[in-house]
Design a protein around this ligand. Structure first.
Ligand code: NAP
Length: 246
């Protein structure tokens, strides 16, 4: 909704991924002055369409619209972002159909690189509903000892530098500096920011941190593509669930 330039990029990337895997996607680019009722009516129509298996509402919404109401209006079985409170609750108890795309993409990446978090000290910087909190939960499900840091955390540098796995989801360019990273740590950079030259960059000072850690995800090209891949995976699962396919 509206004309947020970052949202435009994200939506285009998601559409391209759908094309790549062979899904049909439909975009409803609504003007910023669309009312809450109009938006909810559209969600209701999509909930009722048999040929639509997954629905996502690209956030943030323009001011004055209630994001939570829109998320709650999406049928939980079509909620491929896994933001609906029914899906969030199911993640807490470890009995879920969908996982939120960014944390699930990160876990998949850790599995693929055979990085086992069992018993490891994992620190997540950020506690948003879409990244930080579910990230911490997924690490906990795999037996990590998890610390969540946020803007009120007092001794952030000390906590971060004790991490075997450090996940930065802050939204501040080059926030994680070399002195916040333990030797040989695994560093996952979720951030998508613009530096002083307008270039895309993460939350981690990549150039100065990369030689200190054992693994590090670049921005762009790290967590972002995994997020989109998970969205495709969730959509396939939604289609299977809705059609009784195992
Ligand atoms: P968000 O909702 O703005 O949350 C940011 C978190 O960082 C908050 O919990 C905030 O703490 C914490 N924080 C801010 N300043 C801090 C400080 N000085 N010290 C410690 N913690 C601090 O952001 P988000 O939606 O989680 O996204 C985070 C970043 O990831 C953004 O750059 C976003 O663009 C990016 N992102 C990337 C992907 C991807 O696919 N790659 C997906 C989603 C998001 P409080 O809670 O105390 O305010």
């Amino acid at each position: 909704m509206g004309d947020d330039p970052a949202s435009r990029v994200y939506v285009n990337n998601k559409k391209k991924a759908c094309e790549f895997v062979g899904f049909k996607s439909e975009e409803f680019a609504l003007p910023a002055d669309t009312t809450q009722d109009e938006l909810l009516k559209l969600v209701d129509e999509l909930n009722n369409r048999k040929d639509i298996n997954g629905i996502l509402c690209q956030l943030p919404l323009p001011k004055g619209l209630d994001e939570n109401a829109v998320i709650e209006a999406i049928s939980p079985i079509k909620d491929v972002d896994a933001f609906h409170k029914q899906n969030v609750g199911r993640i807490m108890i470890g009995d879920y159909d969908f996982l939120p795309c960014t944390p699930a993409g990160i876990m998949e990446m850790l599995h693929d690189y055979k990085i086992n978090v069992d018993g490891k000290n994992c620190v997540v910087i950020g506690r948003s509903n879409i990244v930080g909190k579910p990230m911490a939960m997924l690490l906990l499900h795999e037996n990590a000892t998890v610390t969540i840091c946020h803007s009120h955390t007092k001794n952030l540098k000390e906590i971060a530098s004790g991490a075997d796995v450090l996940v930065a989801a802050v939204g501040k360019a080059k926030f994680v500096t070399e002195d916040m990273v333990k030797e040989n740590a695994v560093v996952i950079d979720v951030g998508m920011n613009r530096d002083e030259k307008g270039k895309l960059c993460g939350d981690v000072d990549f150039e100065n941190v990369k030689d200190k850690c054992s693994f590090i995800t670049p921005v762009p090209g790290g967590v972002g593509p995994m997020t989109i891949a998970t969205l495709m995976k969730n959509t396939l699962k939604a289609a299977k669930l809705q059609n009784g396919i195992d």
